[in-house]
Design a binder for this molecule. Structure first.
Ligand code: HIF
Length: 288
């Protein structure tokens, strides 16, 4: 009996979690008519990406593996403003599924959000193990929205992405909005911020974008209605010729966008993570 229970104790924590159940519970947390546009999905996607996008392929530091985004000073980096809202929303699931790591929870939340808001399915693996605050990455690893194509390339090449992957990822800016009290910028990118679509590309190409007249940071609004926005970094995808080729492709071909986004987003969530050898890869079915 002793031998038996000892064996059970040695099961790694990540193997004791039913991830399909976690998926369902995250999906249940998405909707809230009193929050933003009615869904936590967009801010879950942003959390998953900011947890992962600190990766530096040269030093093999950063990435979602340690979930250091939950610790100060990383949690307080300017780029992460507002993500405490997403972490707090997910915290009850960490309490319910004690054996899940924060890194797995935050990245899975991004996958659930993309899928349940109508995007492509995204492969995902468990097995991240959390690190403490001393593993926090330095400030400045996430992109600065006020800058252009060179900066965007510097940041994403550092993670190991190429131009096509970067152009595919940026389609996620179909989701959600900018909040003046978080980033200083203001407004949604299109009229359906809780649906995963290729509208980032169609809006970017089909509208005339003019500088917003206000006291805030430089951003663009569509000339016709003034209701939608683009960051200076978003505009770079229209003006940079190499990015623009892909923007045009994804604007006319939603299937190719979905396939490329799915692969690039799965890669993002795994950057720098050392998975256990026997970690299975899941492709969860969207709920009905
Ligand atoms: Fe974002 N992004 N992102 N982003 N982002 C914001 C919001 C979201 C950049 C800046 C901002 C990606 C790339 C870049 C999402 C997802 C992704 C905001 C507004 C800023 C300033 C934050 C706020 O005020 O609440 C820059 C400069 C990027 C490099 C081009 C990724 C590809 C698009 C990697 C990505 O997946 C999502 C979703 C949101 C909406 C969050 C919300 O709360 O609604």
């Amino acid at each position: 009996w002793y031998f038996y229970s000892k064996q059970q104790d040695e099961t790694p924590a990540w193997k004791k979690v039913n991830y399909q159940n976690v998926y369902k519970d995250i999906a249940d947390l998405l909707e809230d008519e009193n929050y933003d546009d009615g869904s936590y999905g967009p801010v879950f996607v942003r959390l998953a990406w900011h947890a992962s996008g600190t990766y530096d392929k040269k030093t093999h530091t950063g990435g979602s593996g340690g979930a250091t985004i939950r610790h100060a000073p990383e949690s307080e980096h300017g780029a992460n403003a507002g993500l405490d809202v997403a972490r707090r929303r997910l915290e009850p699931l960490k309490q319910k599924y004690r054996n899940i790591s924060y890194g797995d929870l935050y990245t899975l939340a991004g996958v659930v959000a993309v899928q349940e808001l109508g995007g492509p399915t995204v492969q995902w693996r468990p097995g991240r193990s959390d690190l403490q605050a001393d593993a926090c990455t330095p400030d400045g690893r996430l992109p600065d929205a006020a800058q252009g194509a060179d900066h965007v390339r510097d940041i994403f090449y550092r993670m190991g992405f190429d131009d096509r992957e970067i152009a595919a990822l940026v389609g996620a800016h179909a989701l959600g909005r900018c909040h003046t009290y978080r980033s200083g910028f203001d407004g949604p990118w299109n009229a359906s911020p809780t649906a995963f679509t290729n509208f980032f590309y169609t809006e970017l190409l089909n509208n005339t974008w003019v500088p917003k007249k206000w006291d805030g940071p430089k951003q663009f609004v569509d000339k016709q209605s003034g209701a939608f926005m683009m960051l200076p970094a978003d505009m770079a995808f229209k003006t940079d010729p190499r990015f623009r080729t892909y923007i045009e492709l994804y604007a006319r071909d939603q299937d190719t966008f979905f396939n490329d986004f799915s692969a690039a987003f799965a890669k993002l969530l795994e950057l720098g993570v050392k998975f256990p050898e026997d970690a299975p890869t899941y492709r969860f079915k969207p709920l009905d």
